[in-house]
Each structure stands twice: as C-alpha cells, then as structure tokens.
Design a protein around this ligand. Structure first.
Ligand code: PMV
Length: 340
C-alpha cells in the first residue's frame, strides 16, 4: 500500500516560441517578459515524492531501503543519487511546498527522464513541473492548475508552462500571484522537430547565463522591448492560424535572445559548428518551399517549427542534410498529470 504522503507525477518538456530570458525578481522567479511555448510529447519526466512521516516506505520510489526515517531530503535522478547543487535546489523548492502545506517532513525524490539533462532540451521544465505536482499532492495540497503553475515557476521558470498541454502563455506579471501560465487555444496543428547537435550538459546553466545577460549585456533592454512586440505578434498569428507569421516571429525572437547573451560580458555562446549548419539548412529549406522556422534554447540543439502534417517530411529532409545528427519529431503533449 502507498503511503498517504507519497505521489507520482509525469510531465513533458516545452519549447518556447517566444522566450523567457531574464528575471525581474530572482527569488520569486518573476520574468522580465511574457513567453509562449508548445508542450511536447516524448521528452518526459516521471517523479515520485515521498514525505517521511514515519518509517513507511514508498513502494514506487523504492526509497529508504532500510525502512528507517529520513533525516533530510534525498534525490535520485535516473538511478544516480544526487548531492550538492541539484539536491539543494530541490530541497529549497520543497521548502515552498512544505511551508504552504504546514509540514516539516523530509522527502525522498526519485525521478526518471527521457530528456537528456542540461542539454538545452528543457529538462528543467519537465523536471520541476513533475516535482511540483508530485510534491504538492504528496503534501496533501489540493491546487488549481494556475496555483500549481505558480509553484512550479519557483523551481524553474519554464516549468510553469509544462503544467498545461499544447500552446501555453506565461504571463510575466509583477508578483507571485500575477505570474502564471495558462493554455492558449490554437487552431494550428504544430510540431517541433529536434535536431540533436549535442546531448552533453551545457557549459553554463540557463540560470547563470540569464543572470549574466541581464546584468551585463548592452543589448538586453532592446531584447526586452522587442519581446513585448513579438509576443503580441505571435498571439495574433496563432489566433489567425498564420503559421508563417508565427514562425518568422519565433525565429527572430530566438536569434534576439542569443544576440543578447552573446553580447554579455563575457559573452555566452552555446552554438557549435553543427548548430550554424542546421540554422542554414532550415533557411535553405525555406527557399525550397518548406514551411519551417528554427528556434534554439540555452544549448547547441536546434528545434524546427512546422505543421504536424508536414513534420515527417521535414524530418527526412533534415536527416539528409544533417546526417550526423539525430532528428526527432515531437507533437504537442499533454499537461502534467498525477500517475498515482
Ligand atoms: O526555466 P529555465 O531556467 O530552464 O530557463 C529556460 C530558458 C529558455 O529555455 C532558454 C527559454 C524558455 O523560455 O524556455
């Protein structure tokens, strides 16, 4: 029998079309701009959280092998026990939930991922969305999706968008209550094709790179202003089912984000030679009549926006042009859900 303090949740990564890059409030994770993303299928995190009230063990987590009570939080990611920064980050996040639930119990967290960790494939979005849902349920909290998205935001900004499936808008807001994600109705049937340039952990976390960009990049204020207009244009494109307008603004917004981070001091450059080759391939494909646009996150990998009905054809063409890279099609995925 499962402990009443145990729950498992599953969440998918999301890829932003209009990016979140920079915080107005570091501790509450309030962004400087609103963002728009697509939650994807595949790219999944499943996480079990067990708060230890006594010596009951959680069958699913396989936790506390000795059956003895835990004195502090523990974290296992894909079979590896974590210490140091990853554990501290999860503990700090669990404190938000413990405070809200009025409990002071240590937790065992066990997580399984199909997303390579820290490679710019939005692993923190699926990770903190799944953790937020599992931990709040295990702590006995009954939260609305909006409340859950506000809590997930505290773990990793982009995680607030993975609470919902499909297209999602994160309203920047100005405080904890007004900064939340919500679904956006869309008649467009979109897909994202991931061109995997590198699955290695990136040289600098998005958290650090963002901070450096906000603090030192002379281009950052211009990107913030441009992003407000981009967001309006993107939402208008979605409501008019205008894929070309959406693709164009998404590509421009991603390039602007990278321009801002490259002009930080010191500049943050995630691109590899194959990244540039993939961007050129996408632009060349456009001249050949493909409706494709690229976006990139904090990493070397390239994501290509296309219509779902054309995604396989686009993927085949990208495989021909980028024979050394794995190319995967992702369709829209569902929001976070409690597994048990
Ligand atoms: O949520 P974080 O801290 O992993 O930052 C995500 C930043 C980007 O992926 C580059 C952009 C975004 O909006 O997802």
């Amino acid at each position: 029998m499962l402990s009443p303090y145990c729950a498992t949740a599953c969440a998918h990564a999301n890829i932003a079309l209009i990016k979140y890059w920079g915080k107005a409030d570091e501790s509450l994770v309030i962004p400087t701009t609103s963002s728009l993303s697509l939650t994807l299928d595949g790219l999944t995190t499943q996480t079990t959280v067990e708060f230890h009230a006594d010596d009951e063990s959680c069958e699913q987590a396989g936790a506390s092998a000795t059956g003895s009570p835990l004195l502090h939080d523990t974290l296992n990611i894909d079979g590896q026990e974590q210490i140091g920064t990853p554990l501290q980050r999860v503990s700090k996040f669990l404190d938000v939930i413990r405070e809200r639930a009025g409990i002071a119990l240590p937790a065992r967290v066990v997580s399984h991922n199909t997303v390579p960790f820290g490679a710019g494939l939005a692993s923190s979005a699926s990770a903190f969305a799944a953790l937020a849902a599992a931990a709040s349920r295990a702590a006995g909290l009954e939260l609305s999706d909006r409340e859950l998205s506000r809590i997930a935001r505290r773990g990793s900004g982009s995680a607030c968008r993975s609470i919902y499936g499909g297209l999602v808008k994160w309203n920047a807001g100005h405080d904890d209550e007004s900064s939340y994600a919500e679904p956006v109705e869309s008649p467009l049937d979109l897909a994202i094709i991931v061109v995997l340039i590198s699955a290695k952990e990136k040289p600098m976390s998005s958290r650090e790179a963002m901070r450096l960009t906000v603090r030192t990049s002379p281009l950052y204020p211009a990107w913030v202003c441009a992003s407000e207009v981009d967001m309006r244009d993107a939402l208008a494109a979605v409501s008019h089912s205008d894929l070309r307008a959406l693709g164009a603004v998404a590509e421009a917004n991603a390039l602007g984000m990278h321009a801002a981070m490259m002009s930080a001091r010191p500049g943050v450059v995630y691109w590899l030679p194959q990244t540039v080759a993939a961007l050129a391939a996408v632009r060349d494909m456009r001249t050949q009549g493909f409706d494709v646009w690229f976006t990139m996150d904090a990493g070397a990998n390239v994501k290509v926006l296309a219509l779902a009905s054309e995604a396989e054809h686009v993927a085949d063409e990208l495989r021909n042009r980028m024979p050394d890279c794995a190319v995967e099609v992702h369709h829209p995925g569902s929001g976070v859900r409690i597994v048990h």
